[in-house]
Design a protein around this ligand. Structure first.
Ligand SMILES: Cc1ncc(COP(=O)(O)O)c(C=O)c1O
Length: 428
């Protein structure tokens, strides 16, 4: 008789037991939005927006912070504010959402894709150093899957080579490195408030920085080029990248819950990693000792197939089997950017500055073996909502992973294809 739920066995967690939901709201959020509606103050620079911006920047211990339309735009504004443009090279980790690289091509810069560390999936700083040329202007580090880039090392490198440092913190609201919030270590820190993120207004973005001139420049760039607080004597060329007062209302409400949620997820993740570490063939990601609070947008771990002595299966099989045990959307991590279905700079004629540029922005010219292994073979990831519950929920995740390892011989090679659609629907 089949043991694994994917083959018809009894699941570790029945479908009827619901996981914590995401996104969530309180009735007081609805009241706040109604108040904003009645205030007739709906657009940018409203009182709620600035209340939120100051509070969120303050929470991360950042001097300055301001909202913008979304996380992609936050990166674009950071690049433009640092005067990065045509033909400049920007180092970007190969493992990230497409936006990190797409924002670079949208300012006519060249994203230079660099591989990640095998045990944190964050930028490999030594490889970043090897990729620096005289055209390199900045390094973007993406902190993801609860891990952080070696911030001290990137800062040293940027200082030594005269480069800007941009932090993509779309996954890390409420994460602290030596008790200081991420996004405050680079020249600019960029955040996303898209629905799935741990602080959300459906869509939205944020920039943090420590320099007043840079802050005012980002303000102008997000506000059609107007100078600070609508000063029309200091204007620049730009577009409209603002967000609304309602979005700011949702963010202010979400921020009042954020720290408690981050702490709960972090405690659950620490416990889960301890349990996963005891399962043969399962490798947790590495938590750097400087991380004083980790924030999880997605949680991930790795399968060591050599240790399991299995050659015919991949992480997609493993993820589908765990998904079936728990009725939750386990999946491989991000596609590497050199073969990402949503990072195709050559499909936009606007990017055709000249033949040399066209060649340089071809993602296929980069080799990303660690990213490829994580996506094709070893990595398994799950959205943060499964870490928002109790220790019992976490015990079930560990139990499901251990069960799949124990009965790995039962897993069929066609399993992920058959179940992909069903479990895809569960992925947030
Ligand atoms: C790492 C990373 N950077 C940037 C972004 C872009 O954010 P947005 O979707 O708000 O444009 C995302 C969004 O998923 C992300 O995951």
């Amino acid at each position: 008789m089949a043991k694994l739920a994917i083959n018809g066995g009894k699941p570790v967690r029945p479908k009827s037991v619901k996981w914590p939901e995401w996104p969530i709201h309180a009735e007081s959020d609805v009241k706040l939005l109604a108040k904003i509606t009645r205030s007739n103050r709906w657009s940018y620079d409203g009182p709620v927006e600035w209340k939120f911006a100051k509070a969120f920047a303050g929470y991360h211990k950042s001097k300055y912070g301001l909202c913008c339309a979304n996380g992609t735009v936050a990166i674009q504004l950071a690049l433009e504010a640092l005067d990065i443009g045509a033909h400049d090279e920007v180092i970007v980790p190969g493992m990230t959402w497409q936006a990190t690289a797409a924002a670079c091509v949208d300012v006519n810069a060249v994203p230079v894709l660099v591989d990640v560390e095998p045990d944190t999936w964050c930028l490999d700083v030594d490889k970043a150093e090897a990729a620096i040329t005289r055209k390199t202007k900045a390094i973007i580090a993406v902190h993801l899957y609860g891990c952080m880039t070696d911030i001290a090392k990137v800062r040293r490198l940027c200082k030594k080579r005269g480069l800007y440092f941009i932090e993509d913190c779309a996954h890390q609201h409420g994460a602290f490195w030596n008790n200081k919030g991420v996004g405050t270590f680079g020249d600019v820190g960029c955040f996303s408030f898209q629905e799935s993120k741990v602080l959300s207004s459906g869509e939205g973005g944020f920039n943090m920085c420590q320099d007043k001139t840079l802050f005012e420049r980002i303000y102008s760039l997000r506000n059609c080029g107007r100078g600070w607080m609508d000063d029309m004597t200091h204007t620049v060329q730009s577009g409209n990248y603002r967000l609304t007062e309602w979005q700011a209302g949702m963010l202010l409400a979400g921020l009042s819950r954020l720290d408690k949620q981050v702490k709960n997820r972090d405690a659950n993740a620490i416990y889960l990693n301890e349990r996963l570490a005891r399962i043969p063939g399962v490798l947790p990601l590495r938590r750097r000792k400087q991380i004083t609070q980790a924030s999880y947008y997605n949680f991930a771990f790795r399968i060591d197939w050599d240790r399991l002595g299995v050659t015919r299966l991949t992480n997609a099989h493993f993820a589908a089997a765990v998904a079936a045990e728990l009725y939750a959307g386990f999946e491989p991590p991000y596609e590497p950017l050199n073969k990402c279905g949503l990072y195709k700079p050559h499909t936009k004629r606007r990017h055709k500055l000249d033949a040399a540029y066209w060649k340089q922005i071809d993602p296929k010219r980069f080799k990303l073996p660690v990213c490829t292994d994580a996506h094709d073979k070893s990595g398994v990831a799950i959205h943060h909502h499964v870490l928002m519950g109790t220790k019992k929920d976490v015990d079930q995740i560990a139990e499901a992973v251990a069960k799949v390892v124990e009965h790995i011989g039962e897993l069929r090679e066609d399993a992920p294809q058959a179940l992909r659609k069903r479990y895809r629907a569960l992925a947030v």
